[in-house]
Design a protein around this ligand. Structure first.
Ligand code: F6P
Length: 493
């Protein structure tokens, strides 16, 4: 980005994220149809009743790029699309640059670092190809910074989201020093000894990029402190762990101003209880619930719903279920494991291989235990939101065992939706564990035998205890609903 100040726009509040609130599909007749996205950020922003607010996101597909090109000045609202409330500016970044930034850097590198996913003896190896990807990541972040600078009114508040956009705060500050800039990390943050796997200049640039914000916020205190630890170890920053501030004491590699202080914040995104309770009782959910009931009969259920994501630890979860069936014959024909693992990041070989491994293991478990009228495991690897809600309603036990997770909203959603109360087996490495530990059954996600023990305890939990715990879990899970989560960040900025 150039240092030349950019002319202001009219938006007093802006959100920036890779994935936006809408996406497009090309229909058979060539027309573009619009789909609205879900998630905390979308419902969070709906709390803002300002017609001038703008959401800047990337075009993720050819259909998105076509829609972005048709929109006057790139603003989808003006193209006649009903994007509901806020204006959306979808950036038409060239597909190669986008793929390198999104797949190469964001999802294969930063995501792997923060979730501790590398198979260390061989990976990572930052070769010349990575340098091309890193240049693309910079270009992609620069495109966001320039679009935000052009849209923002003087003194506007800009909320930049996640690891895709870690360079944006510093780039944007250089263009528009008048803005109030926040960054929010939806992931965990790696401890310094792991974070330093990154090339030194990349490690520094990512931290300095985020420190370009006035405020850098996280889902838990643990991740905020890990970020501060990295700033101290990599940049020599001074950290006040009580006040939660990070100050750069000297000119650093990226030339960040001396003495600038960034405040850290913690906002534990909660489930949208009101939306979920209403949505989970619509006819499409009832229909799927009836089908699941038919398959399960009067047996107990262990339910899990995830993206097919390496960090979600689906394979060890299946191994734990198999261990339970092998070692506790009293549960044979009395339990069904419902596992929904919907497709995610399928451009990456690791994710395709992981999906295949999940399917292979699931088939093995069914082959080992199934009888003429009992299917011990129901696995679906396609996406169906109403079916997920139906499974939540039917859950006796929810299994949420990520190796590491920023928050994990499934752990917060199941207790809200469950019909009869449901025991929660929860990894201590999920951000949600900070808030739900008292009433969950905690597991070390790497310990398959301990996870099987936890499933057995959960299955045998007395109904009254289960109902009490579920009530407290649901209250804790909805303590900070998305709208308030969003407003809190804005007010703190
Ligand atoms: O926290 C990371 C995150 O961006 C979540 O907000 C979201 O659920 C998930 O990753 C989806 O990833 P992608 O946009 O790559 O499908």
């Amino acid at each position: 980005a150039s240092e030349r100040p950019t002319q202001s726009g009219a938006a007093p509040i802006l959100v920036a994220s890779n994935r936006g609130p809408v996406s497009f599909r090309t229909e058979d007749d060539g027309t573009l149809s619009l789909r609205r996205g879900g998630g905390g950020l979308v419902s969070g922003l709906s709390a803002i009743d300002d017609p001038n607010a703008v959401w800047v996101c990337a075009a993720l597909s050819d259909a998105d790029r076509a829609a972005a090109r048709q929109a006057p000045e790139g603003r989808l609202d003006r193209a006649g699309h009903d994007v509901g409330g806020q204006a959306v500016r979808m950036l038409d970044i060239d597909p190669e640059t986008f793929a390198r930034a999104y797949n190469g850097v964001a999802n294969s590198t930063l995501w792997f670092v923060h979730h501790l996913l590398y198979d260390i003896p061989t990976k990572p190896a930052f070769d010349a190809g990575f340098r091309t990807e890193w240049a693309a990541y910079r270009a992609y972040n620069t495109a966001f910074a320039e679009a935000l600078a052009a849209e923002a009114a003087p003194g506007a508040a800009v909320l930049v989201q996640d690891y895709h956009l870690s360079l944006v705060p510093a780039l944007l500050r250089a263009l528009r020093p008048d803005l109030r800039i926040g960054h929010f990390s939806h992931t965990p943050w790696a401890p310094p000894e792991y974070y330093r796997l990154l090339p030194d200049d990349v490690a520094a640039e990512v931290l300095e990029g985020i420190l370009g914000a006035d405020r850098a916020a996280f889902l838990t205190r643990r991740w905020a402190l890990a970020f501060a630890d990295c700033c101290e170890a990599v940049l020599g920053a001074s950290v006040d762990r009580d006040a939660l501030t990070v100050t750069l004491p000297q000119p650093s590699a990226g030339g960040a101003p001396i003495g600038r202080t960034t405040r850290l914040g913690v906002h534990g995104l909660g489930a949208d209880g009101e939306f979920l309770r209403e949505r989970a009782h619509r006819p499409d959910v009832d229909e799927r619930l009836a089908a699941l009931r038919e398959a399960v009969g009067d047996r107990r259920t262990v339910v899990r719903v995830d993206r097919t994501e390496l960090s979600k630890n689906i394979v060890r979860g299946l191994l734990a279920y198999r261990h339970l069936l092998r070692t506790r014959p009293e549960w044979l024909d009395r339990v069904v494991h419902i596992a929904f693992a919907y497709p995610s990041r399928t451009d990456l070989a690791e994710y395709r291989e992981y999906t295949a491994e999940v399917q292979r293991l699931a088939a093995e478990i069914n082959a080992e235990f199934a009888t003429a009228d009992w299917q011990p495991l129901i696995l679906h690897v396609d996406d169906d939101f109403p079916r997920s809600l139906a499974a939540y309603r039917l859950a006796d036990v929810a299994l949420v065992n990520p190796v590491r997770d920023g928050m994990n909203l499934v752990a917060k959603e199941v207790p809200v939706v469950s019909d009869r109360g449901c025991a929660l087996v929860l990894s201590r490495e999920a951000g949600a564990h900070e808030e739900l530990a008292d009433d969950a059954i905690t597991v070390n996600p790497f310990d398959v035998v301990a996870t099987a023990d936890a499933l057995a305890r959960a299955l045998a939990m007395p109904p009254a205890d289960r109902a009490d715990r579920t009530e407290r879990l649901a209250a804790a899970a909805t303590a900070l609903p998305p709208q308030q989560w969003f407003l809190d960040q804005l007010n703190a900025l």
